[in-house]
Design a protein around this ligand. Structure first.
Ligand code: ADP
Ligand code: MG
Length: 401
């Protein structure tokens, strides 16, 4: 799977330019094990990188015109702009820059944000024009962060070819800035950090306030377990609707509690919060506060007892997203319930919600049984068939060729 995507990026580059790329870089999508909508509240998350990756085959242009061209198998037409124009295109107030289709705002936004990053602006190499060809096997819009994968692959390539010298955390910030300000999606830093920092068999325990990241061994395979992804194929959209409203509710809740962010509210503060705010705001706050605690608990349980013991935390996380944060949809609830009924140790929706995927922690030899049960439950509810596959914690962004 992986190798063909790498080769496809090289082939697309050849189609675009008639020559071989100077290099190929890649970065993975991610699954969030636990810690949802905590990232933009300065809280804790525990994602891991998945085997599905986005590849960027990139070459320096010899014409000296300082233009950047991006092509993707995702889109029919390449998009070309002058690097000098980037500052006029971004940031976008409306979420769309004239003449830049949304998909191209991800790689072009990365080029813009990287040129603006601390210590980079003075580097002459950032004026060098590039051709970029992108392929991916990360499901798009499934909550597995194809967006962070394209950002991190592009950022890694540009960092090397422009000799910008940014470290992985700085590159994650570049990706986030592109997504927030060039695409107009108000997402947190989790996805980019997972895509940049992933390691085989490890989850990334990330403090989104300090950006302190620690790898936590997951030991899934060793314990005879597997993680099943159940992509509902219900498309979500971060740049519109519910995601922004949830962020606003969190900001409102923090303001009422008189703290900079919900990270500063503890489970013990919840009774006071309930007295101070309306029911909806309180439930949004309660999700974030209890979810932060569940991430801390999950890390501790993984370290002390191993992955077999985290099932209940996953289930509690899903209930909190369904009932308090109200970001689940019937397809996600059905996937979670059917997986649990078929013997999963735990299951929860993952990603921003309103569609996308759920995960289930299951016995390795129960993959077929749980998949069949989820498929049957979808059919019985009249939902389109889900896409179901297993994932293992995998490597983060890297140069492949
Ligand atoms: P998710 O990150 O859950 O997959 P998002 O809505 O955050 O969903 O990001 C998906 C968007 O990212 C796509 O609609 C497209 O604009 C862009 N994108 C992702 N992968 C690619 C790719 N390989 N080529 C071009 N654009 C991509
Ligand atoms: Mg995304």
């Amino acid at each position: 799977m992986t190798d063909t995507t790498l080769e496809a990026a090289t082939a697309l580059f050849l189609d675009l330019t008639g020559r071989a790329p100077d290099g190929v870089w890649s970065a993975p999508g991610r699954v969030n094990l636990i810690g949802e909508h905590t990232d933009y509240n300065d809280g804790f998350v525990l994602p891991f990188a998945i085997p599905h990756r986005t590849y960027a085959a990139v070459g320096v242009r010899a014409d000296g015109l300082g233009r950047v061209r991006v092509a993707s198998t995702f889109a029919a037409e390449p998009v070309e702009v002058s690097l000098n124009e980037l500052d006029e295109l971004f940031p976008t107030a409306s979420g769309t820059a004239p003449g830049v289709p949304e998909w191209a705002a991800y790689p072009l936004g990365v080029a813009w944000a990287l040129r603006q990053a601390d210590g980079v602006a003075s580097s002459a190499a950032t004026g060098t024009g590039l051709d970029i060809a992108i392929t991916s096997d990360v499901p798009v819009g499934a909550g597995l962060s194809s967006s962070a994968a394209i950002e991190s692959a592009t950022a890694s390539a540009l960092n090397d070819l422009w000799a910008a010298g940014l470290d992985r955390i700085a590159l994650a910030r570049v990706g986030r800035r592109a997504e927030n300000e060039a695409v107009g999606a108000p997402t947190g830093i989790m996805d980019q950090m997972a895509s940049m920092l992933g390691e085989p068999d490890a989850a990334i325990f990330l403090d989104c306030r300090s950006l302190d990241a620690n790898l936590v061994q997951v030991g899934i395979a060793e314990a005879g377990l597997a993680i099943l992804v159940m992509d509902t194929r219900v498309k979500h959209a971060h740049s519109t609707g519910g995601y922004g409203e949830r962020r606003a509710a969190c900001e409102r809740g923090a303001a009422i509690m008189g703290v900079p962010s919900l990270r500063d509210v503890s489970v013990d503060d919840l009774p006071r919060a309930e007295e101070l705010m309306d029911d909806v705001t309180f439930r949004r706050v309660r999700h974030v506060v209890t979810e932060n605690q569940r991430v801390l608990d999950t890390v501790k349980v993984l370290r002390d007892e191993g992955p077999r013991s985290i099932g209940d935390l996953l289930v509690a996380s899903h209930a909190s997203m369904r009932d308090d944060f109200e970001i689940s949809v019937p397809e996600l609830d059905t996937a979670v319930e059917a997986a649990l009924a078929a013997g999963a140790l735990g299951a929860r929706m993952t990603g921003g919600g309103f569609g996308g995927a759920a995960i289930a922690l299951i016995e390795q030899d129960a993959v077929q049984q749980v998949s069949d049960a989820v498929n049957a439950a979808f059919a019985a509810s009249g939902f389109a068939a889900p896409v179901i596959f297993t994932v293992v914690p995998s490597a983060g962004a890297r140069r492949d060729a």
